[in-house]
Design a protein around this ligand. Structure first.
Ligand code: ATP
Ligand code: MG
Length: 647
């Protein structure tokens, strides 16, 4: 007797209805989920042209009986659900009986399947929803589904598909992450002749993360372990189990790893990959005060709970869920991550003062931004890590002005001393003639704030605060300049100019640097290899998902090359979602500039500070860094006089 049934209308009507197939990746998702539901532990996915021309999934699952294979293409035909009450506790990935008919209606589909219980298999061919062929066939156990020419009969939908590379990147990301959720299974993904992923069973998720992302990523990640929480239900005679258990496991990045979007957050609930605002909020709450609000970490979270605790029937593509006890789950996830973040923070990059604030999510220290910046600048590992020293904790909240270190030349008594204060009267006196009897200035006597950027070239550096911000006096008051972002702006414009004239300065590496890529990164790399080369990175493919870097832009330290490359690939991934080549180019230059710029917590002598201010004045846009952060704060003479009640 067959396993698949057509759902009665009253059940079918309760299922969230809507578009199932949006793009090739949604076909892959549905087919992959079916194979997992069928108990497969070997899954092979072949695609061509980003899945537009071909998607084929081969599994070694339970297969389908002949009658079931025919029924499977009817709407609401499923083996996973019987009646309405089953909808309240769904333990399988599929439940609607919608996927196969939806896919078959917009493609040319071939199903080849054999259940263990039958000696011969079944081959069914459907095009645009019409059955063309159904026959017995000698087949091995398991199921092969081949989907060709997606949307061949719906040209309007076809037009909305993005480039092959974009669609392929979505597929690669999806398969990669399902492979992470199932470390005990084999996953293989090929695009034409290229193998993008091939992972064999391993004992732990950690090993799977290593297989997929390599050792570098693993080092940057924190393993959550398994955190557990219990929710006690009010006494109920109908409920024999008044305690609900939730667990969260997986990996997330340390605060130094900051992404501009949420694309690196993957949330699985009971093995289902979902998007969920509640959990996203819990993650960002866990990083509160540790990361700027617009930044996102990498996270791979697996939340497990009883099926009754989560309603998966809320979105037609099964990508959203509703938790029955949403706020409990939110707080549990937030606290679990927060606790691990606190436990694993490397001591030197954290100051006791900031720690106290960080453990109270609601607290916002006035210098929280500053401590965040320190976080951002801290090298994460590798050479140079030990050179980075956090500012002493007690210095943070105070405003301490350190006199500019005398320029080195001063020590050479034979050389004429260098004047540190050039420029026309930067410390010009306010005319005493304008003072009234109380020492107050009439408003018209105060110079109007000067907005011309030429004033920057006349600034006189007075010193540094926290070896990070230059304090300078100018014709019109006081300036505080962020040394890192100022230098970033200078380098950015320099690199852009070199890039435009095709004269990027490069350094050849003594030994090529071998960099391992994830399947997604490999796709992005193939797309932007030429652009990388034009920006000073000489690279070439080196075996499977590995590239060799032979030269890099001269401005970049050797120890930063790999990280910059990853950052650029990440930009390229965002660029897939709409930005232009020009934006990509600018972002690459910004990435190089950011890595090469003077860090905060770096002592500068007066000559260096002066150089920086002059060079900044000569840039086209000296007021904000390439990422949009402000470079300088200005207190005009008028502001100062006002603050002292002198006007
Ligand atoms: N790879 C497979 N191996 C074995 N059986 C399968 C496979 N794919 C589909 N089936 C059978 O076909 C049925 C219909 O699949 P379909 O994906 O359309 O619906 P579903 O998985 O039940 O629900 P949903 O629409 O939510 O995915 C499934 O219930 C299952 O019994
Ligand atoms: Mg399904």
């Amino acid at each position: 007797m067959g396993r698949i049934r057509i759902l009665p209308d009253q059940v079918a009507n309760k299922i969230a209805a809507g578009e199932v197939v949006e793009r090739p990746a949604s076909v892959v998702k549905e087919l992959l989920e079916n194979s997992l539901d069928a108990g497969a532990d070997e899954l092979r996915i072949d695609v061509e042209s980003g899945g537009r021309r071909l998607i084929r999934i081969v599994d070694n699952g339970c297969g389908m009986l002949r009658d079931d294979a025919l029924l499977a293409f009817e709407r609401h035909a499923t083996s996973k659900l019987r009646d309405v009450k089953d909808l309240l506790s769904i333990a399988t990935l599929g439940f609607r009986g919608e996927a196969l008919p939806s896919i078959a209606s917009v493609s040319r589909l071939l199903l080849e399947t054999r259940s263990q219980e039958e000696t011969t298999g079944t081959r069914i061919e459907i095009a645009g929803g019409k059955m063309l062929r159904c026959e017995e066939a000698a087949l091995g156990g398991g199921t092969v589904i081949t989907v060709r020419d997606l949307f061949f009969n719906v040209p309007a939908r076809k037009k909305f598909l993005r480039t092959e590379q974009t669609e392929l990147a979505h597929i690669a990301s999806l398969v990669t992450h399902y492979s992470l959720a199932h470390p005990d299974k084999t996953f293989q993904l090929t695009s034409g002749p290229t193998e993008l992923l091939h992972v064999t069973p391993v004992a732990s998720m950690k090993e799977r993360v290593y297989q997929v992302f390599g050792s570098q990523t693993l080092e940057d990640l924190v393993d959550i372990g398994i955190k557990r929480a219990e929710l006690r239900m009010p006494p109920d005679p109908e409920d024999p189990e008044p305690v609900r258990t939730f667990t969260v496991s997986g990996f997330f990045s340390r605060p130094q790893v900051q992404k501009g979007n949420r694309n690196s957050i993957y949330i699985f609930v009971n093995g289902r990959l979902i998007r969920d605002r509640l959990i996203l909020h819990a993650i960002s709450a866990a990083y509160h005060n540790l990361m700027p609000p617009a930044a996102w970490p990498f996270a791979l979270l697996f939340i497990e709970c009883a099926p009754e605790e989560v309603d998966v029937n809320v979105h037609p593509s099964k990508t959203e869920v509703r938790f029955r006890h949403g706020s409990f789950v939110h707080d549990f996830v937030r606290d679990a991550l927060r606790e691990r973040l606190m436990e694993t923070r490397p001591a030197p990059s954290f100051t006791p003062g900031a720690h106290a604030a960080a453990t109270q999510p609601a607290a916002r220290l006035p210098y929280s931004e500053f401590s965040q910046m320190i976080e951002n600048e801290a090298p994460q590992s590798g050479p140079g890590a030990s050179a980075w020293q956090p500012p002493p904790a007690q210095e943070l909240p105070d405003f301490q002005l350190r006199p500019a270190a005398p320029p080195a030349q001063r020590l050479d008594f034979s050389a004429p001393p260098i004047e540190v204060a050039p420029g026309p009267a930067p410390s010009g006196k306010l005319s005493a003639r304008n003072l009234d009897a109380h020492g107050t200035f009439p408003p018209e006597a105060v110079p109007a704030p000067e907005f011309s950027l030429s004033v920057l070239s006349e600034l006189r550096p007075l010193g540094q605060i926290h070896e990070s911000f230059i304090v300078a006096a100018g014709r019109d008051g006081l300036w505080i300049i962020d040394q890192h972002v100022a230098h970033e702006r200078i380098l950015f414009e320099q690199v852009m100019k070199q890039r435009a004239s095709g004269s990027v300065e490069m350094q050849r590496l003594l030994m090529p640097l071998i960099v391992q890529l994830t399947p997604e990164q490999q796709i992005d790399y193939a797309r932007i290899a030429e652009e990388l080369h034009a920006s000073g990175f000489e690279t070439e493919p080196f075996g499977n998902r590995t590239i060799a870097v032979k030269a890099a832009p001269a401005a970049v330290a050797a120890s930063d090359i790999e990280r910059i490359l990853f950052e650029i690939l990440e930009i390229a991934e965002t660029e897939l979602r709409g930005a232009s080549l020009d934006d990509l180019r600018r972002d690459i230059c910004a990435g190089i500039a950011c890595r090469a710029a003077i860090k905060i917590n770096t002592r500068l002598d007066a000559a260096k500070m002066e150089w920086l201010l002059r060079a900044l004045a000569q840039t086209d846009c000296p007021m904000s860094c390439p990422h949009g952060r402000p470079i300088a704060m200005h207190y005009s003479t008028r502001d100062i006089l006002k603050a002292f009640h002198r006007i």
